[in-house]
Design a binder for this molecule. Structure first.
Ligand code: MTE
Length: 298
């Protein structure tokens, strides 16, 4: 396959590359991960996906509770079939689509992405999905549309966090249209080649790898093409802490903690903190933010 982005890794790429880096490190002896990062733009520890168990047992999905294992424990009852996605706003083909209808004509791709939560933990996740841009192109975005707004499902009978009202629901998120159209932005329907686990946002969720994880809205039931910047859940709850853009940025701390480093989930005894990368390492998006002051939390 042609590699358009350095992040276009497949599982087939990953193992040999990680082995190669390890061999290099062993041969060189004193080669540090930092030196490898400088040389290759990728760190050995970010090339190996987290295990399925880690990815499905350390989650944020407040509809199912606020604890990290709550989604794994409580999301079993999520009703994912049938699933309807409403498409509305400034679009040529509005309507209510099944996932098959929405994704018809596209072959899901595997994307192994770094995933960075605003809480300063990180994972590497092998997603399956379709670029959001492909779907938006098919739907026909009209010229007045400047943003994409998305909404998560609400099923109070099976969502303990909704019944308890831990935050306002439905969970809503949004992107500027050029961010939504960026080839890295994925509508994900699975991980590790399997259908999306409920706790990770079944049956379809957003993945925006250069932004803090809360932008990656789960269990999507509505996609709206709109003219104005849409409200987003965490920005509504605490605007001084969570901006609309929320790009991963080691130089802008959260008001209550540092974003300079991150804790890589997994690895047992070898679990460690590592430097946070600007745009989570996805430098190819930098030009989207030309003219914006990267020392500010937008
Ligand atoms: N989407 C919905 N609907 N509800 C949520 O609570 N949490 C967000 C995001 N999407 C959330 C959501 C946050 S804070 C993160 S870090 C990621 O989902 C976590 O995704 P993961 O559990 O698949 O790692």
């Amino acid at each position: 396959m042609t590699r358009r982005w350095k992040s276009d890794l497949t599982e087939a790429d990953v193992t040999p590359e990680a082995a190669w880096l390890n061999r290099r490190a062993l041969i060189a002896g004193s080669v540090t991960l930092g030196a490898l990062a400088a040389a290759g733009g990728a760190r050995a520890d970010t090339l190996t996906p987290n295990t399925l168990d880690e990815i499905t047992h350390y989650n944020n999905f407040y509809e199912f509770g606020t604890g990290k294992t709550d989604p794994a424990n409580n999301a079993g009852g999520l009703k994912t079939s049938p699933w309807a996605i409403k498409v509305d706003g400034m679009v040529d083909k509005p309507g209510t689509y099944t996932i098959d209808e929405l994704l018809a004509g596209f072959t899901p791709e595997q994307r192994i992405y770094r995933f960075r939560c605003v809480e300063a933990w990180a994972m590497v996740i092998p997603w399956n999905g379709v670029p959001l841009a492909s779907v938006l192109d098919k739907l026909g975005v009209q010229s007045g549309a400047k943003y994409v707004a998305m909404e998560s499902v609400v099923q109070p009978d099976v969502m303990v966090g909704v019944r308890q009202g831990v935050i306002p629901f439905p969970y809503v998120e949004g992107l500027r249209l050029d961010e939504a159209m960026h080839p890295l932005t994925l509508l994900a329907t699975g991980l590790y080649g399997k259908p999306m686990p409920n706790q990770n946002g079944a049956p379809i969720r957003l993945v925006v790898p250069w932004k803090y994880g809360f932008k990656s809205i789960k269990s999507i039931v509505r996609i709206s093409l709109v003219a104005d910047q849409p409200p987003t859940t965490w920005n509504k709850i605490a605007p001084q802490e969570y901006g609309f853009y929320s790009n991963v940025n080691p130089n802008v701390d959260h008001p209550r903690w540092s974003q300079a480093t991150e804790r890589l989930i997994g690895g047992g005894l070898f679990s460690k903190r590592q430097p946070t990368q600007m745009f989570n390492g996805y430098d190819e998006v930098a030009s989207l933010y030309d003219g914006m002051d990267l020392r500010v939390n937008y």
